[in-house]
Design a protein around this ligand. Sequence first.
Ligand SMILES: Nc1ncnc2c1ncn2[C@@H]1O[C@H](COP(=O)(O)OP(=O)(O)OP(=O)(O)O)[C@@H](O)[C@H]1O
Ligand SMILES: [Mg+2]
Length: 361
Amino acid sequence: MIVAESLVKTYEGAKAPVLKGVSFQVERGEVYTLLGPSGCGKTTSLRAVAGLESADSGRILLDGRVVFSSKERINVPPDKRNIGMVFQSYAIWPHMSVSKNVAYPLQGRGLSNDEIRKRVSRALEVVGLLELAERPSPNLSGGQQQRVALARAIVAETSVLLLDEPLSNLDAKLREQMRRDLAALQRQLGHSTIYVTHDQEEALALSHRVALMRDGEIVEEGKPMAMYQHPQHPFTAAFLGAANFAPCVIVGQARPGDMIEADTPFGRFSGVARLGEDREAKLFFRPHMARLEDFDAPPRVNRGVAEIAEYSFLGEVLEIMARKGDSAIRIRTAPGPRAAAGARIAFGVDPEHSAIFLPRA
Ligand SMILES: Nc1ncnc2c1ncn2[C@@H]1O[C@H](COP(=O)(O)OP(=O)(O)OP(=O)(O)O)[C@@H](O)[C@H]1O
Ligand SMILES: [Mg+2]
C-alpha cells in the first residue's frame, strides 16, 4: 500500500510550489493513476514516492513503513524503498544487453548468479522478451525498449510499482497492445501501482482509480467511469473527453447535489448542481449523450433547439456543431445523412447525463 500525505514541494528558485498538498492512498493490487496536463506535478509526485525528490513537507508510507516524514526527519533513500520504477524516458543502458539491463536492480543485493538469472528470466518472460535476452539494447524497437524498462521495474519483485508515462513513446497500435499487457501483468503480480499519464483514454482504460491533477493539486479522484460520466468538477468534465458547456441562468435556489433547472440559449434543462469555477453558471453534457429529436415535437424541459453550423466526420461518429446566437454545442451521432447547414434541429439530453455547474460564489 502507498500513502502520500499533504506533499508540498517548491523547487529551488521557483516562486510557486509545484505540489500544494498532494494526498492519496493506493491499495494493494490497485492501479492508481495521476492524470493531468503537462507540468501539473505528476512526475514530481512520483519521484517523491520513489525518494528521487524530497518534498518540503508531508509524509509517505510504503506498506506501512514511513519512508518520508518532514516532521520526523525521515528520508529513506530510493534504493532502500523497495520499489520498481519505469521512468518517463525509459533510461535503458545502451552499453548493456537486455538481460544485463533487467538484472541491474538486483546488483548488490547478495543474490547468487543463479538466482539473478532465474529472476531475470521470469521478468523477461512476463513482458514477452525472453528470446531477446542477449540482444544488445540499442538493437531494439521502441516497444521492446519499453518492455525492457518494464521488466527491470518488476524484476526485484517489489510490492510497489511506479510507472511514469510508460507507453508515451509508442505508436497507437503498440500502445494499445502494451496497455492490455500491463493490465494483465498487474493482475498477475498484484502490485500497488502508481501510473502517470497525461492521456485521459489511457487513464480511463487502465486504472482502478484516477486522480486528476491541476497546478500541483488533485482536483478530483474516483473510478474512471464515474469521473467520466458524472464529473464533480468542471475541470474533470473538460479534461476527460469531449464536453459541452452552455451558459445558463439557474431557475430558483440551487445547492450542490440538488437536481435543478436552468435556462440556456437552447432551452431549459435540468441536471445535478455542482460547484463551479466561473462567474457564470454552465450546463454540461458530453456530445454523445445528446440525441437528435423530432423538431416538430412539443417543447419540454431537457429539449433544446439550435441551427446546424457545420459537420465533422470523425470516423466512428459524426459531429454536428450547432448554434443558437453566440452559443455553440456539439452533438455526436452515428454517421448518416446530413441536413444542410442552417437547418434547425432539436436535441434531448437526459438530466442524469448532464450537470449544472453553479457560478462561483
Ligand atoms: N528539477 C526541477 N527544477 C525546477 N523545476 C522543476 C524541476 N522539475 C520539474 N519542475 C517544474 O515543476 C512543475 C511540475 O513538473 P512535473 O515534471 O512534475 O510535471 P508533469 O506533470 O510530470 O508534466 P509532464 O506531463 O510534462 O511530464 C513544472 O512546472 C516543471 O517545470
Ligand atoms: Mg512528467
